[in-house]
Design a protein. Structure first.
Length: 417
């Protein structure tokens, strides 16, 4: 980067798509790193100015000037430092663009002084693959000189007989990131945007005695469109199971799947006993998604016979979380929001308090039924169960995901040994 690398914090970003570019913007704003090296892995445009144009504009969030300085009229000063090496300065921070290597092990992070890499390609998600795998591997970054790698997506292990390696783990900032061990963990998944928001919704419930006994749980995310969908109808790839994702993102509401429930078990192991279900509905918006969380609790009744778990209790739990352990990462709102109101909101999730609802019913066991389950009794037993619905907004691109990813990145950098 034509600079003395000793004692400088240099961040590596592999991939410059949606999450890669917004990760750059996040760290330009935070000013934690002294320099940033981006591996594009290919030539872009005709000249360096074309790359600058891409990096400083965004159809969803507007210009980099507005992102950093709002409507103050102040501009992000961008200048070319080295045309040949493709080094530019953005808001005072040197940014170098690498264009040659697509395989992680061929990116010379050691030469660039990069110790920590955020891989935003979405291509290298299997930590069980060796560094020299012919199609590339996330472990290649370590062989190329990086000490730690954060994957901006959930892990996907291709061979189901293989287990997650001991040096790999999933962390969501503000939920379980304190479990990160720099001596042990070298490959980290920052999960997904939906898992990030969902984890922040579930954590305060598990941490509260009255709501810790979750009997069943499910969620649906009403999710903004993403780059893995088709702009217009397209033929499915060979072996494709989800034919709906090949339909036009502009014109359709598209039911599809999500791995958020499985990933949640890695972050909050207590949820494994619940049997969590999750699905997704894609809609034609550019960002901001909504989690509809459905829960059934085993509850108690007050002396007057009213269920302990109700709207007031649930909202109070989220108010306390928003003011305490999850401050700024979980926001409790009693405003009647629509999705555009939350674009850019730098919280993992915003609880829509006005839409929290509960209903309590009873699971009844008469003596005959009790006998079928190996129990006995001469009276009917009625167990109160409370069904609850909680809504949570999240800006699935920058506000929720990239913001939490950036906080995790800074946390790991500060703990480099």
């Amino acid at each position: 980067m034509n600079m003395n690398l000793q004692n400088l914090r240099i961040l590596g970003i592999n991939g410059i798509g949606r999450i890669g570019k917004l990760t750059l913007w996040n760290h330009l704003n935070q000013k934690h790193f002294d320099g940033i090296v981006i591996n594009a892995g290919r030539e872009m445009g005709k000249k360096t100015e074309d790359i600058i144009h891409y990096l400083s504009t965004d159809s969803t969030y507007g210009s980099l000037d507005k992102f950093l300085y709002g409507y103050t009229g102040k501009s992000c000063n961008i200048k070319i430092i080295d045309q040949g090496e493709c080094v530019i300065e953005m808001d005072g921070i040197p940014v170098k663009i690498l264009k040659k290597a697509r395989n992680p092990r061929e990116i010379d992070w050691a030469k660039e002084g990069v110790r920590l890499v955020v891989d935003c390609t979405g291509k290298f998600l299997d930590p069980t693959l060796p560094a020299d795998h012919p199609k590339g591997s996330i472990r290649g970054h370590l062989e190329a000189g990086a000490e730690k790698v954060i994957v901006s997506a959930p892990f996907k292990i291709g061979d189901s007989s293989r287990k997650l390696p001991e040096d790999s783990s999933t962390f969501v900032y503000g939920v379980n990131h304190s479990g990160y061990d720099p001596l042990k963990h070298h490959i980290i998944s920052a999960a997904s945007c939906t898992t990030t928001g969902l984890a922040h919704m579930v954590k305060p419930l598990l941490d509260t005695e009255e709501t810790s006994q979750i009997v069943t749980a499910s969620m649906t995310t009403v999710h903004a469109s993403t780059n893995n969908q088709s702009i217009l109808d397209a033929p499915p790839l060979a072996g494709s199971k989800d034919l709906r994702r090949n339909r036009s993102v502009f014109n359709n509401i598209i039911p599809t799947s999500t791995g958020a429930a499985i990933a949640l078990e890695e972050i909050l192991p207590e949820i494994k006993k619940v049997g969590f279900m999750a699905d997704s509905i894609r809609i034609p918006t550019s960002t901001v998604s909504l989690i509809s969380l459905n829960l059934t609790f085993r509850t108690e009744r007050t002396e007057s016979g009213e269920p302990v778990i109700n709207q007031d209790l649930l909202n109070d739990i989220y108010r306390k979380a928003a003011a305490g352990a999850q401050k700024d990462l979980l926001i409790f709102s009693e405003t009647q929001n629509v999705s555009s109101d939350l674009m850019g909101c730098q919280a993992a999730v915003v609880i829509e308090g006005l839409e929290t609802h509960t209903r309590t019913g009873f699971l009844s066991f008469d003596p005959v039924t009790l006998e079928k389950y190996g129990a006995s009794g001469d009276q009917e037993i009625n167990i109160p169960l409370t069904h609850a619905k909680v809504f949570g907004w999240y800006d699935n691109e920058f506000g929720c995901y990239v913001n939490c990813l950036g906080k995790l990145t800074k946390y790991m950098d500060k703990n480099l040994i």
